[in-house]
Design a binder for this molecule. Structure first.
Ligand code: C2O
Ligand code: CU
Ligand code: CU
Length: 463
């Protein structure tokens, strides 16, 4: 469990099990025994140190997604936390044998202190495993948790808070009959086998939708405004979220924030697309919903049981003094195209790698020893990215803004400061960013976790 004083936490990564589906135990890899891991509440500008101790049978890496973090604590995929006092074993499956002897592992420790300055806009972050080639199965087995950064200015806005602020980590999983998580083979030779390669290549989907680790939960709500802080922690599943009442109305989803914090002004949606690793901060108002009825959160892209995500049962009348101010924040960067010192082009496409299929950036699979992008600290750059299929592209260290999609203006949900943007099939997306914060070696990659493991990642060096 989590221990420690105000701004120090200790997390033991260990095997545990939970009753996720009724009547069966599911073995998990966990942060501190739970899935999701413990939610870390923190304040802007107040550093947090998390000591991770690895009692899992494989090496791990911790990355705080969305954190503006010095490179030493950013969880580079070969900066391993080794399993403490253990040999590689075979009982947890094929990946232990591989990773233990990975010759590319350059930094290894038994426990590790990760220090996060959190000198950044308040927002919902998440921490998850980031080991080279094995991120997707590690997250699938449970290595994901939330961290929330707050500040006084945001708290003064009067947004719904306390029990009416709900972080929602949405993640799909597949289960075997005995309750174990079902994940397609990790052995690269099996990826080429018909029936194995296809779903694995595209990214792994499950048919059970979990919210904060529970399948299709029903939350008892007041007839009032709620702030839903939604993270898509799925390996590969995309959602188009809608809030549907029992009589078939769609409630407004009033977006107040993006990956990297509050928008300048709210944006109202009926349908909110959310790609893997994206976060949306949304207000939903249940005050007009009949008491005793339900509001279902559904995924318009799902079918059958993957259409349902969760539901709210509006249980009681309530007073509500929350507000949604017309102006939410004043501190969004105002980068212009003319500020950019460089325009870079990247393709995100499938291709051959290591004798099989992989996912490539600019035609190349990830290589920790290769230099891909070198950017000057403080430089503003425009990146143009083209995709074959859906690729949610994530940059470490920085937030960015979406400038255009295939030559057209950004979509309504592209508003604000983001760290992950969904490239849609065949699309060309331009983003603008400034490499602020720290010098060092970072990453950018597709956040379809299987694509990431199969090569769709590159080095971003800030000098
Ligand atoms: Cu959420 Cu590089 O990761
Ligand atoms: Cu990240
Ligand atoms: Cu991808």
């Amino acid at each position: 469990s989590t221990a420690g004083g105000a701004d120090r936490y200790a997390i033991t990564q260990r095997a545990a099990s939970a009753e996720i589906l009724p009547g069966v135990r599911t073995p998990l890899w966990t942060y501190a025994g739970t899935f999701p891991g413990p939610t870390i509440e923190s304040r802007r500008g107040r550093p947090v140190t998390v000591t991770h101790r690895n009692e899992l049978p494989v090496p791990t890496v911790v990355h705080l997604h969305g954190g503006r973090t010095p490179a030493a604590s950013d969880g580079y995929p070969t900066d391993l936390v080794l399993p403490e006092g253990r040999e590689a074993t075979t009982h947890m499956g094929h990946d232990s044998a591989h990773g233990m002897h990975d010759p590319r592992a350059v930094v290894t420790e038994l426990t590790r202190d990760y220090t996060f300055p959190l000198d950044q806009r308040p927002t919902l972050l998440w921490y998850h495993d980031h080991r080279m080639d094995f991120t997707a199965p590690a997250i699938w087995r449970g290595l994901a948790g939330l961290q929330i950064v707050r500040d006084d200015a945001e708290e003064a806005l009067g947004l719904p808070s306390g029990p009416r602020e709900l972080p929602l980590m949405i993640a799909d999983r597949a289960f075997a009959a005995d309750g174990g998580l079902a994940y397609p083979a990790l052995d690269p030779t099996l990826r080429e086998r018909p029936g194995v390669s296809e779903p694995y290549l595209a990214g792994v989907l499950g048919d059970v939708i979990l919210v904060n680790g529970a399948p299709w939960p029903v939350h008892e709500a007041d007839a009032a405004r709620y702030r839903l802080r939604v993270l898509n922690a799925s390996n590969a599943r995309h959602y188009e979220l809608e809030a549907v009442t029992d009589d078939g109305h769609r409630l407004d989803l009033v977006q107040i924030g993006a990956d990297q914090g509050l928008l300048a002004t709210p944006v109202t949606h009926k349908v909110l697309p959310i790609a893997p690793a994206e976060r949306y901060d949304v207000i939903i108002d249940f005050s007009g919903v009949p008491i005793g009825s339900r509001v279902r959160i559904v995924n318009g892209l799902g079918s059958g049981r993957t259409r349902d995500v969760m539901a709210f049962r509006v249980a009681r009348k309530a007073t509500d003094d929350s507000r949604i101010p017309r102006t939410l924040s004043h501190d969004l960067p105002a980068w212009r195209r003319s500020d950019a010192v460089r325009v870079r082009d990247f393709s995100f496409r499938t291709g051959r790698m290591h004798g099989g299929h992989g996912w490539l950036i600019g035609g190349l699979p990830f290589d920790p020893a290769r230099s891909d992008v070198t950017a000057g600290l403080g430089d503003v750059e425009v990146w143009r990215m083209v995709a074959d299929v859906h690729h949610p592209v994530h940059l470490h260290l920085v937030g960015f803004q979406v400038l255009s999609r295939s030559g057209r203006p950004p979509l309504p949900h592209d508003a604000g400061l983001k760290d992950t943007v969904s490239l849609r099939p065949g699309e060309s997306v331009e983003i603008i960013t400034r490499f602020d914060g720290y010098r060092g070696r970072y990453l950018f990659h597709c956040h379809n976790a299987e694509h990431e493991d199969m090569g769709m990642m590159a080095n971003l060096e800030v000098i």
